[in-house]
Ligand binder design. Sequence first.
Ligand code: ADP
Ligand code: MG
Length: 292
Amino acid sequence: MGDGAFSNVYKALDLKIGQKVAVKIVRKYELNASQRANILKEVQIMRGTNHPSIVKLTSFSESPEHYFLVLELMEGGELFHQIVKLTYFSENLSRHVIVQVAQGIRYLHEERGVVHRDIKPENLLFDRIPIVPSKNPIHRPYDEEKEDEGEFIPGVGGGGIGRVKIADFGLSKVVWNEETMTPCGTVGYTAPEIVKDERYSKSVDMWALGCVLYTLLCGFPPFYDESINVLTEKVARGYYTFLSPWWDDINASAKDLITHLLCVDPSQRFTIDEFLAHPWINAAPAPPPPPT
Ligand code: ADP
Ligand code: MG
């Protein structure tokens, strides 16, 4: 299904339950002690999560050479590939995708005290292959029940797009103690910069969410340069534009939302609750275009 630096992900059949699963096999023998500890942390964080927008870990085991993470199979593959395939997503379809991702982030940030830290289209997976007709889209209002029958996709029509889920907790981190909702570490003795750091650490996911939404809507990322130094400088300054003609027909409200996410000062950046309350997120799907 995919490869990482130290792992390969395979489609497999769980003989006990007769169900298809994904198995992430990590080459333990290539990892040093701290990298091994990171895999165990990834497993621990995934074990504690239970949300429809988060890929489930069903079991974990290890041999002397490998770690085996048995995961819910996401047959539809990466959001990244769908963007490449479709060039870009309609506003309705982008909203449908980003809301699911945002609900997963809300759960991580507010119920688990977890920051993902690696939100990107390669780590957002579809539970089944989205059926998206390329021609003659039929615009109909979104209906979640019908969508499950593979009836249609908002703003695209036909097929069905299923669920999008967050995968890859390899860089994720627990920042808040779940019970006390205080920063990790000794309460009362924590320095202000740590408290602030931990508060703002969630905002890295919000920046990434802004990058994903930007990319969904136009088909290319907000920050890009062939030179890594120039790219780094662009990101550091938050230098991006809504490039014409690609952005010309996209609603001003969508641009307003992105502006509140791709904002260099983390204290000014939208939190997940502000994101979910924004008018563009809560807008009804666009009406059908007039027949031609
Ligand atoms: P890495 O930390 O190496 O990036 P990931 O967990 O992101 O590892 O997995 C690498 C790739 O494998 C993903 O980008 C995706 O294409 C595929 N993959 C991962 N988990 C699943 C899954 N549960 N179902 C289907 N494909 C998966
Ligand atoms: Mg990954």
